[in-house]
Design a protein around this ligand. Structure first.
Ligand SMILES: *[C@@H]1O[C@H](CO)[C@@H](O)[C@H](O)[C@H]1NC(C)=O
Ligand SMILES: *[C@@H]1O[C@H](CO)[C@@H](O)[C@H](O)[C@H]1NC(C)=O
Ligand SMILES: *[C@@H]1O[C@H](CO)[C@@H](O)[C@H](O)[C@H]1NC(C)=O
Length: 488
């Protein structure tokens, strides 16, 4: 099924905003005083964020226990455009969305669809010849890199680095187990040939034929054999009982998206997972990390079997409107504005929070958990909604840490270099798109803004956007995990 790319009004608006920004920036740079003022502002925001992050720490003596599922893979990371050039795939004149990729032409169309706007995407390749060809070509590309991949292992790695003891549900090769931190215990089988994910990265302003990317991002393709089946679930479930974690994290379910399961297979797997979540003790908080889904039936099932049993949800600016549209009973939105305004995101977050909790209230307190935490990561800022009086601590510091982790991950360095960073959030933001809404200035000395509404607290932190991109893939996982560790 293919849908034609239509540049919606939000993109047109975005275009206007961009040109306005360009004019403003040009003015800024020309002015001799404000040029250095910009650097000073960045330095001030950075030191304030670092201070906010270090206000609380993870208890390194009684290390918090976190269980994370599912899956894992080996990532091969290449420059997306270089790879397409290498295999001789010419730029298509027809950007199209495809649920799955069956041939090279569809790959070109699908890549073009997301590359221009710079939206993160992940697709299943249902053509092993094509996938092998892509992986072989990637192996030969200069500058390629291999790394431990998959949402669960990346989150596990970050949690272990931050001072947690981790139980990781995944299927790995034995040499892969050796590179994991000593604080990670794997539950799951060993395999000889792990699944490979091909990460096609591109920087902001990259060109492919007539297309220019508006922001750095990645397009991911895979052809998994193990991950869609949640292979490690049983072993994980068994170890979970004794492990008694403070936090249980579920991610990686997008590997099931558009996978050619046999009749009833996926439903059985998700039923099993749902049971696992429901049997988690009241002392264990549950977090579900969203991802790039386009299969509406799968998303609907997640809304039924996973979301109601999670206390916390994490997602990016694409996944938020996607999930919300399904909640409202309309089709999934495959592509949204990759650089939304704070007010837009906050309104969507409020609506999602309200809808999930209304559903919970309807189904009765005996069933499932109320949503008490919602974290949305975008390029320009981090935003969290946390229910007051809930188990989640330190929301302000957690938002700051998530923001700093975004720069650290994308720049590929724990040390943040202000000369490789840029603030793209406006000097003040409106808390909602509703007319007459309050505006909050971005204060350099207190860059994380937190306030109360209804029964929850909202925190927003600007991101020091990395300008020398090392890697975008895995960013959401590192960011989400970094936010969580300070809250358990
Ligand atoms: C799979 O990909 C190969 C390599 O691009 C191509 O030759 C073949 O036609 C594709 N198969 C299908 C069924 O599209
Ligand atoms: C929305 O989904 C329905 C049912 O799957 C489909 O018939 C319709 O064409 C979709 N609409 C759009 C705009 O994609
Ligand atoms: C993100 O997580 C991966 C896997 O744990 C790790 O290798 C990488 O260094 C992390 N990024 C940052 C900035 O810590």
């Amino acid at each position: 099924m293919a849908t034609e790319l239509r540049l919606g009004s939000s993109f047109m608006k975005y275009g206007t905003v961009t040109s306005l920004l360009v004019v403003l920036l040009a003015y800024w740079y020309r002015s001799p005083f404000q040029g250095s003022g910009l650097d000073e502002r960045l330095d001030a925001v950075l030191s304030s964020l670092l201070r906010a992050e270090s206000k609380v720490g993870v208890n390194s003596v009684s290390r918090p226990k976190v269980a994370i599922g599912f899956g894992g893979c080996v990532d091969i990371i290449v420059d997306g455009v270089e790879l397409l050039n290498k295999i001789g795939l010419p730029p298509t004149d027809q950007p199209l969305h495809h649920d799955i990729i069956e041939n090279a032409e569809q790959l070109a169309q699908s890549f073009a669809y997301f590359f221009g706007p710079g939206a993160a995407s992940e697709r299943f390749v249902m053509n092993e010849t094509l996938f092998s060809l892509l992986v072989e070509a990637s192996r030969e590309l200069p500058g390629n890199r291999w790394s431990v991949g998959g949402n669960a292992p990346v989150m596990a790695g970050r949690m272990a680095t931050e001072g947690c003891d981790v139980l990781l549900g995944g299927t790995f090769s034995t040499d892969f187990n050796d590179v994991l931190s000593e604080h990670i215990t794997v539950a799951g089988n060993s395999v000889d040939e792990p699944d490979i994910h091909l990460i096609m990265e591109y920087p902001s302003g990259a060109t492919w034929g007539p297309y220019t990317s508006r922001r750095a991002n990645r397009y991911i393709v895979h052809s998994d054999d193990h991950n869609p089946y949640l292979d490690s679930m049983e072993a994980f479930e068994e170890k979970l009982r004794d492990f008694q974690p403070h936090l249980l994290v579920v991610g990686g379910l997008q590997m099931m998206d558009n996978f050619p399961f046999k009749q009833g297979e996926r439903e059985a797997l998700l039923g099993h997972l749902s049971g696992l979540l429901q049997s988690a003790s009241a002392e264990t908080s549950v977090h579900f990390e969203m991802a790039s889904f386009v299969d509406e039936e799968l998303l609907a099932e997640l809304l039924e079997r996973v979301v109601p049993f999670a206390d916390s949800l994490g997602m990016n600016e694409q996944e938020l409107p996607n999930l919300l549209s399904l909640f409202r009973g309309s089709n999934v939105t495959v592509l949204s504005d990759p650089n939304p305004r704070v007010a837009t995101v906050l309104d969507q977050m409020r609506e999602l929070y309200r809808l999930v909790n209304a559903l919970h209230a309807e189904s009765g307190p005996a069933r499932g958990r109320a949503l008490t935490r919602l974290h949305v990561h975008t390029l320009a800022f981090q935003a969290m909604i946390v229910t007051r009086g809930s188990q989640w601590k330190n929301t302000m510091s957690a938002t700051a840490k998530a923001s700093l982790t975004a720069n650290r991950h994308v720049c590929g360095s724990a040390h943040i270099d202000p000369s490789k960073a840029r603030l793209i959030m406006d000097e003040s933001f409106s808390v909602s798109r509703r007319a007459g809404s309050q505006r909050i200035p971005l204060e350099e000395s207190r860059p994380v803004s937190c306030w109360h509404e209804d029964d929850y607290e909202i925190c927003v932190a600007p991101v020091l956007v990395c300008t020398e991109v090392y890697q975008t893939a895995g960013g959401g996982d590192n960011i989400s995990a970094a936010g969580l560790v300070l809250q358990i």
